[in-house]
Design a protein around this ligand. Structure first.
Ligand SMILES: NC(=O)CCC(=O)C(=O)O
Length: 290
């Protein structure tokens, strides 16, 4: 039984025309599958169907799974017989908005729905690389569930962009048996050079699994400039593939045997001193620190 998976990252431009963005994603996946018949999983970026910005969220919100973007992803996954991790869209449910990733099976069924747990609310001073203010929490409600989907034999954890800064979430996915975490992202150009690769390699080192991100292509004229650099980091925390800044379609085979190889050779999971951590956590919680 093969433990390999061929996956694609679609680092596409995003315009204010939702139909165009979704068509580009569908056409891109179709073209990649035609050229690479072994392709099993396609991954899109955070907010791949509409501009990313607090002021845009209410205008572009759709329902899940009956909205037009979800329906297009369902159709193409069924037509081509592949899994799709559908980046994210802004989801409307009642009077609430969420940043939501949908995952589709080769039969076109919704097999996972992840609402971004950690909303991107930051304020970086201009001295630190240009400065950036962003407040997702002003418009969106945070998700409260972790999401694990089954892709072939593998359990895959889902996070969205800022979620990758939180090592507790990645650790939970390892505890749940995941061999890969996928973070559709729209990382900011300001923090990109400092933290993008570092965070992915850190999550891969700590948890000894694949970490995969997919970003929109960079558009320097846009209100929010994406970093690009969609990436596959292997369980040794080596960068296996990295896109540049512009529009780029990556197809890569990954080998899940490497997960067990790393875990056997560097058995940190078994070496954890949970007795010590629990004792200290209990002491800290008495002081209201954790
Ligand atoms: N879309 C996001 O969540 C951006 C996260 C980001 O740039 C960060 O620094 O964190």
């Amino acid at each position: 039984m093969t433990n390999k998976l061929t996956l694609a990252l679609l680092q596409l431009p995003v315009t204010s025309d939702v139909e165009l963005n979704v068509r580009r994603a569908v056409d891109g996946i179709t073209q990649l599958k035609t050229n690479n018949p072994t392709l099993e999983l396609a991954i899109l970026a955070e907010s791949f169907n509409a501009p990313y910005g607090v002021e845009h969220f209410p205008k572009y919100a759709e329902t899940v799974p009956n909205g037009p973007t979800c329906q297009a992803l369902s159709r193409v996954s069924k037509q081509l017989g592949i899994y799709i991790i559908g980046g994210s869209i802004i989801e409307r449910e009642g009077d609430k908005l969420y940043n939501t990733c949908t995952v589709w099976s080769p039969a076109g069924k919704l097999i996972g729905k992840h609402r971004k747990i950690h909303l991107f609310t930051i304020s970086i001073d201009p001295v630190n690389g240009g400065g950036v203010q962003f407040d997702e929490a002003a418009a969106l409600t945070a998700g409260s569930e972790v999401t694990v989907v089954q892709i072939n034999q593998q359990k895959v954890g889902i996070g969205i962009c800022h979620d990758k800064r939180f090592e507790e979430l990645a650790r939970i996915y390892r505890h749940m048996g995941c061999s890969m975490i996928v973070y559709p992202s729209a990382f900011c150009i300001c923090q990109g050079p400092m933290h993008w690769k570092l965070l992915q390699r850190a999550r891969a080192t700590d948890n000894q699994l694949y970490v995969v991100t997919c970003s929109p292509a960079r558009d320097n004229m846009s209100g929010y400039v994406d970093y690009g650099h969609s990436m596959i980091v292997d369980p040794w925390a080596r960068v296996q593939r990295e896109a540049g800044e512009g529009c780029e379609l990556i197809v890569e085979e990954i080998d899940f045997d490497m997960v067990e190889d790393v875990r056997r050779q560097i058995p940190i999971y078994k070496q954890r001193r949970t007795d010590v951590y629990t004792k200290v956590k209990t002491e800290l919680s008495k002081l209201n620190i954790v």
